[in-house]
Design a protein around this ligand. Structure first.
Ligand code: SF4
Ligand code: SF4
Length: 168
């Protein structure tokens, strides 16, 4: 393969990518729309809902998704208003790349930041289609309940490990 037809994610760093390139990297798995809890040894409340992690904290994923997620398409239904409607909805950008290690291990941005490349099921390697990702079980499709169905205190009952799985 020559340099000219080598895909951009193999020739550019995350910081060097154009906005459309950056946006196209997102696989649309929607794992980042799941509520996460931190297990903080020093905290009075052992596990609390979070959108940030510190070095001494352990992160747990739940299968409780944001109520504005379409769990079949794995798409946000309020994209243009998401930050007003869900203040904790923090999108990864080139300006807050240090938070990439807070993303699930299968997240494209985290994979590239760790030098692991894109997986075979990624939409960019499957004509833009998400079907290979869904088939590989790498999205949230069919696995979630919504945060308007439970209280925050109940999130602990919905801790799951599948969002931590990755597959090449
Ligand atoms: S986890 Fe990463 S790749 Fe998946 S939807 Fe979120 S930002 Fe995109
Ligand atoms: S507002 Fe949209 S992008 Fe943000 S967490 Fe909810 S469904 Fe996901």
């Amino acid at each position: 393969m020559t340099q000219s037809n080598t895909p951009f994610w193999q020739t550019k760093s995350l910081q060097e990518m154009t906005r459309p390139e950056w946006e196209s990297l997102c696989d649309g798995c929607a794992k980042c729309c799941l509520h996460k809890l931190i297990d903080d040894e020093g905290a009075e409340d052992a596990a609390v809902d979070t959108d940030f992690i510190n070095d001494n904290e352990e992160l747990h994923y739940t299968n409780v998704a944001c109520q504005y997620l379409n769990d079949k398409k794995c798409e946000c239904t309020v994209y243009s208003k998401r930050t007003q409607l869900v203040p904790s909805c923090v999108q990864l950008t080139q300006d807050n790349l240090e938070q990439v290690f807070y993303m699930p291990t299968s997240c494209s941005y985290r994979r590239l930041a760790e030098g692991r490349g894109l997986p075979s099921w990624h939409p960019l390697l499957n004509k833009g289609k998400k079907s290979a990702m869904h088939k590989a079980g790498m999205s949230v499709r069919g696995k979630v309940i919504f945060d308007d169905m439970v209280t925050e205190e109940q999130y602990e009952d919905f801790i799951v490990v599948w969002p931590l799985h990755d597959l090449d």
